[in-house]
Design a protein around this ligand. Structure first.
Ligand code: ZN
Length: 391
């Protein structure tokens, strides 16, 4: 299936002016959202923003005809490289069965059985799907290999698609392994093979996966190998993951569904970004994280899809925005901010997630007059054109 919105490389125009933008979201401090605006791109970067009537001329032009323009979405948490699906498990869960972390092993088996070409083809297709829905920066994790060669293969594939690659050897303990022995592998030969292809190291700190000591060992070993830390934390119940993320100085603690007041305070004090993944709660019928509580406490939040075959098989950031507004107490503007600037914080990037001059020209045109429609018209494919910078 060919995605309908046009996805183009912004660098293919040496300069490009977009005029008659009904609403332009830049997240500029003085004027974060402008009406009747223009924007000029030069060499893949935002070069100018201002009133439409004052837009300087450029080599090429797009008349937005009143459409909204928003920063491209920054999806800071996906598991895009895998084979097989778990539709039957989803159906069983919707029929009342409970989700536990072990379902990951089903995908590990399917992924081990697939060729490298097949895995790359599948991941490219999912990336194209995400792009067509406005995602211009994406993080991709390994974690469905759980042996040295396959984890390394998954990261090599991911690194063909994005610079934001995450080594998640510590996703679940494989069948037949003692947990501590597996942690030795994850922090030893597997880390040595994977670190050259990864920017980040992650661990699933949860009952049924890795406890706090094991997860800390994995994160510290990854950091010693030059990777930066992020954590799967507090998804299925209260636990030590968030505190661990804060202790080691991780960029993000993702899920954050079950938080104590001390967890919320630790996130606020440390500046660790709380990654909220409402596709998971939708797909598992778990309670949603309380985004309002986090914002009110001064915690920085990011919205992401967690695109994976078990607990959130969506690549759609607009869907996550709609869920965050309907189920997590965010306004449409707060949800868009979390899906763009919040994702950039989570990935420690200052060149994406906003459209201030100097930003990468990663943006989405919406077939709508304002970003509010992303939540107001859930399920409607409003992204009509996506520009991705080549820089
Ligand atoms: Zn995840």
């Amino acid at each position: 299936m060919t995605p309908s919105p046009i996805v183009e490389r912004a660098g293919s125009h040496s300069s490009l002016a977009i005029t008659h933008i009904g609403e332009l979201v830049t997240w500029d401090d003085d004027q974060p959202i402008r009406r009747d605006a223009g924007l000029v791109i030069e060499d893949g970067r935002v070069a100018w923003v201002g009133p439409s009537a004052d837009t300087p001329s450029a080599d090429d032009a797009i008349d937005a005809d009143g459409r909204a323009v928003v920063p491209g979405f920054v999806d800071s948490h996906t598991h895009l490289v895998f084979a097989g699906d778990r539709a039957e498990e989803f159906a069983a869960r919707m029929a009342g069965q409970r989700y536990e972390a072990g379902g990951i092993r089903t995908t590990v088996a399917a992924t081990l059985a697939a060729s490298e070409d097949e895995l790359l083809r599948l991941a490219r297709r999912r990336l194209a799907e995400a792009r067509a829905q406005g995602t211009t920066t994406i993080e991709i994790k390994s974690g469905y290999g759980l042996d040295v060669a396959t984890e390394e293969r998954l990261l090599r594939i991911a690194s063909e698609l994005t610079p934001e690659t995450t080594y998640l050897g510590a996703h679940v303990v494989p069948d037949g392994w003692d947990a501590d022995a597996y942690v030795d592998l994850v922090t030893g030969d597997m880390l040595a093979a994977c670190a050259p292809h990864a920017r980040w190291v992650d661990a699933f700190c949860e009952t049924g996966a890795f406890d706090a000591d094991q997860a800390r060992t994995v994160l510290e070993a990854g950091m010693a190998a030059g990777l930066q830390a992020r954590v799967h934390a507090n998804q299925l119940g209260f636990g030590p993951g968030v505190q661990l993320a804060c202790e080691v100085g991780a960029a993000a603690a993702d899920h954050c569904t079950y938080l104590t007041d001390a967890d919320v305070a630790a996130l606020a004090d440390s500046g660790v970004v709380a990654g909220l993944l409402p596709g998971v709660e939708f797909s598992t019928r778990h309670p949603y994280p309380d985004a309002r509580r986090l914002l009110d406490a001064g915690v920085r939040i990011a919205l992401a899809t967690d695109c994976n075959p078990g607990t959130s098989y969506t690549s759609s950031m607009p869907f996550c925005i709609a869920l965050a507004v309907r189920e997590m107490g965010l306004t449409p503007t707060e949800a868009l901010f979390a899906a763009t600037q919040g994702g950039a914080w989570s990935l420690r990037r200052d060149d994406v997630g906003h459209l201030r001059p100097g930003a990468r020209a990663d943006l989405a045109l919406l077939d709508a007059p304002s970003h509010v429609h992303l939540a107001y018209r859930p399920g409607v494919p409003l992204v009509s054109r996506v520009l991705v910078a080549e820089v």
